[in-house]
Design a protein around this ligand. Structure first.
Ligand code: ASP
Length: 347
């Protein structure tokens, strides 16, 4: 079923499901009249198959009538905590010098945002990004300054800064020192041990949520590209590239080779396309196709870029360059689990 059609079906059963979801959500939805935003059915979407577990964390907040901002922070913290995840959090692969450096951003639908880049030794960069948003006049803190700020806010230094598995993979990589980000393929199955060589040398958890008050929020967190140059920062902590949220329109986030996303101000572009009337799916498609039109070689060199998006009505969509990208959805109803994204190379 197309995303559009399934959304329409979902809207029809939305009111009934909201009632089933319990009095808390129903009350929150009623109250949203006063926020000036339409009452919404809460929903969360996030990138890749590890997004499924993350969505459960977000849903624990949304299903109780909680804020989208709290939901996305709680949700992606689950992925950051998973030390078997080689592309998010302290379990991630290091840069070429053997250092795990983390990038993260968070944005509220009212325009508030915060981010950190090249942060080391902290388990939850997303929470530091939120502290940057809420406790400082700044948007982005990097490197040692970000770590110093985190410690000043009571975040604890992790007892380890890299996992044994990541060290082993890094030593293996040093034998060739070949740098070539590989796109996830159809058969890639994160966490099941069935993956192709260095296939998990990147992947970000990007999460977007709408709460019962009609408020949107997004979060994005990653260890970035494995074996990157020291000091390299990707799209994930760059507001407008890896993440953009606007209550007036919708929200978007990205995964894949961050340089391509930064070059196109990708997530901002997706939101602006939705502002012009495109559906989330169409907006993601146009943003990806624009990247490929400018750099046709991306079709052939395994480069992956993918966007997911949600609009203020709760419609969702995604598009990628390569097949193999999937995203997870949860709304407490019959829309939950993983969805295979359409892609340029399979369209
Ligand atoms: N976008 C991330 C980065 O470039 C990596 C990924 O999502 O695959 O750092």
């Amino acid at each position: 079923m197309s995303d559009r059609r399934s959304f329409l079906k979902q809207s029809m059963i939305g009111a009934a499901s909201l009632a089933l979801a319990g009095p808390t959500l129903a009350r929150a939805a009623e109250a949203s009249g006063s926020s000036g935003l339409p009452a919404a059915r809460p929903r969360v979407i996030s990138t890749w198959n590890f997004g499924d577990a993350a969505n459960q964390g977000a849903w624990a907040v949304l299903s109780k009538g909680g804020r989208a901002l709290d939901a996305v922070e709680q949700g992606v913290k689950i992925t950051e905590s998973d030390l078997n995840n080689r592309s998010v959090g302290l379990g991630g692969y290091p840069d070429r010098d053997g250092h795990v450096t983390l990038d993260a951003s968070i944005m509220d639908g009212n325009g508030d945002c915060g981010a950190v880049a090249a942060l080391q030794d902290i388990a939850h960069p997303i929470s530091v990004a939120r502290a940057v948003m809420e406790k400082t006049p700044h948007v982005l803190l990097v490197g040692d300054g970000a770590l110093e700020f985190a410690l000043s806010q009571g975040f604890k230094r992790s007892p380890f800064s890299i996992t044994p598995g990541a060290v082993q993979a890094w030593k293996e990589w040093l034998k060739t020192s070949r740098y070539h980000p590989v796109a996830n393929s159809e058969e890639s199955t994160y966490g099941l041990g069935k993956h192709r060589g260095d296939i998990h040398n990147h992947d970000t958890i990007g999460m977007l949520a709408i709460d019962a008050h009609g408020q949107l929020a997004g979060a994005c967190t990653t260890s970035g590209m494995a074996w990157k140059l020291a000091g390299r920062v990707g799209d994930s902590p760059i507001i407008g590239a890896g993440l953009f949220v606007d209550n007036e329109v919708g929200a978007a986030t990205s995964t894949g080779v961050g340089e391509e996303v930064i070059r196109s101000a990708g997530s901002f572009l997706v939101v602006e396309l939705m502002r012009q009337g495109r559906s989330p799916q169409d907006a993601c498609r146009e943003a990806v196709e624009r990247i490929v039109r400018k750099r046709p070689e991306l079709r052939h060199n395994d480069t992956q870029v993918a966007f997911i998006a949600i609009n203020r009505a709760g419609e969702t969509g995604a598009w990628a360059i390569q097949p193999g990208f999937e995203y997870a959805i949860c709304d407490g109803g019959d829309r939950h689990g993983l969805i295979k994204s359409a892609s340029v190379l399979s369209a």
